[in-house]
Every structure is written in C-alpha cells, then in structure tokens.
Ligand binder design. Structure first.
Ligand code: AMP
Length: 274
C-alpha cells in the first residue's frame, strides 16, 4: 500500500492503473468505511482511499477542529483491506492560496442537511469534484448512511458529465442498529445507549406499513420525543432521487431520514421504503 500526499504523486500512480475504485473519507475509519473499500477492491481490482477532513464542508460553529483523527490506525486498517493507494493531502494541497472555485449543485442540496448546514454541500461537491479530477476513478463508492450526499454526488456526476460510475453501499450498523459513524466517538456510554432512538424511529415508521407521509413523519417525531436526551432537528419522508417531500408513498418508494441531537452530538440516519 502506498501512502501519498501530493496531487502529482496521485496522477503518476494513476497512470499505471487500468481500473480504479475510489473511496473518499474523512478518516477515523470504521467498518462502514471499510465495507466501501472491500466492495471497491472486489469490483475494480485496484482501490484508492482518501483521508481528508475537508474544512469547507464544516460550518463556523461545527466540529472541524475536534473532528476525530487517527492516521496510523486508519492506515493499518486500510492496509489490512489490501487498499492500494491512500491519499492524505494537507489542506493547502487541496486549497492552495488563491483557491476560489465553488460547485453549487442546486435543488437536492437545499432541504434536509442543506437547510440546517448552509454551504455544507457546496463544500462536499467541490472537494469530491476535485478528488474525481485528481484520481479519475472508474467507480467511486459512497455510503447510503449519507443519503443526501449520495443524491448530491449522483447529480454532480450527471449534470457535469463526469466519466465515472457512482456506487452507493448499504449502511453498516452496530448490533443494536446504530449506524456506524466517526461522530459516535463523541458519545458517552449513556448517550451511546440512547442513540439507538434514531433507528428505532425509522424502523417504527417503516414497519407501520402506512403510505401516508405525514403519518410516517408523526410516528418518527413521536418516537424521538420519548427519549428526553434526544432533540429532533428534522424528520423527512422524501422522494429518494429528488429529495422532495412526499404526501403519499407511490411506486418510487420513499427515503425516511432524520437528524437528532443526542446531548451535544448531532447524528443522522435513514431507511429506504421500497
Ligand atoms: P466520512 O468519513 O464520514 O466522510 O464517510 C466516508 C464515506 O463512508 C461516505 O461515503 C459515507 O457515506 C460512508 N459511510 C460512513 N458511515 C457509513 C456506514 N455506517 N455504512 C456505510 N457507509 C458509511
């Protein structure tokens, strides 16, 4: 496994790779990230991961400074997955002095996370577009855990005719259903136990069989409100592609999603109803 930190080194390494799967991450890796590496390795033969805590996707009052980092442990985990290349750039390699570009994808960035975190998806789309240009991957792998991010990246690739395939991989969960996330490290043991309220709310709605979107939202809200430590940011029942809020569940199914603060820690999760 090669670990490199400049764009020039990536470009030189890429020349010798016929097919490449790319897994962009912010590090502090867990089995969710590693599931993407495994899938990329099995489908593409050669896999590259990037580890970059991207400052432009964090708001001024968000957790950029304290976002968890564990470089040596991450590298060992990637080595164990037979990852071929790891890109660990400094912030100035990605955003040199004078950097000014912004990619604004519009529509799908406006609701849900985009409404609560202004500018977040501009930061995501811009850094992902840069990573796609740097690596020129055959396929890029993302997790369903960040459903809106997947919709934004699919649209980025479609609208700008980027020559690669976006692969969305299932959310990897702890045994009790909590979606794995680097931010789970912020939770105390007591908060960690309460954090299953997100998946409990999603599963209660999905299991209800109700096709009325407002009834599903109400069920999720009511479930979240049973947990005193949990503070609801939003619940949504939306079209899985456009992310527009639905009234009724039709043939296209629905994306159930929510964001909840458990004490100070903001968690997101989602389920697709077919
Ligand atoms: P992050 O490091 O949080 O930016 O995540 C990097 C990639 O891993 C993104 O495509 C995430 O959607 C994906 N990911 C994060 N958590 C999970 C999970 N629990 N299951 C599957 N994919 C995940």
């Amino acid at each position: 496994m090669r670990v490199i930190s400049t764009i020039a080194e990536v470009r030189a390494a890429r020349m010798a790779m016929p097919m490449l799967g790319l897994v962009p991450t912010m590090g502090f890796l867990h089995p969710g990230h590693l599931s993407l590496v495994k899938r990329a390795k099995s489908e593409c033969g050669l896999v590259a991961a990037s580890i970059f805590v991207n400052p432009t996707q964090f708001g001024p009052n968000e957790d950029f400074g304290r976002y968890p980092r564990a470089r040596e442990r991450d590298l060992a985990l990637l080595e164990a997955e037979d990852c071929d290349l790891v890109f660990t750039p400094d912030v100035t390699e990605i955003y040199p002095a004078g950097f000014d570009a912004r990619i604004d994808i519009g529509g799908v960035t406006e609701g849900l996370e985009g409404a609560v975190r202004p500018g977040h998806f501009t930061g995501v789309a811009t850094v992902v577009a840069k990573l796609f240009n740097i690596f020129q991957p055959t396929r890029a792998y993302f997790g369903q855990k960040d459903a809106q991010q997947c919709a934004v990246i699919r649209k980025l690739v479609r609208d700008l005719d980027m020559p690669l395939e976006v692969v969305v991989c299932e959310t990897v969960r702890e045994v009790d259903g909590l979606a794995m996330s680097s931010r789970n490290a912020y939770l105390s043991p007591a908060e960690r136990a309460k954090a299953t309220i997100l998946i409990r709310a999603l599963r209660a709605a999905a299991a209800s069989g109700d096709r009325d979107a407002e009834a599903l939202r109400r069920l999720m809200r009511d479930t979240i409100h049973t947990e005193p430590l949990a503070q609801l940011d939003y619940v949504s029942v939306a079209d899985p592609d456009t992310l527009e809020e639905l009234n009724h569940l039709g043939e296209g199914g629905a994306l159930l999603s929510l964001a909840v603060r458990v004490s100070g820690t903001r968690l997101i999760d989602n389920l697709i109803i077919p």
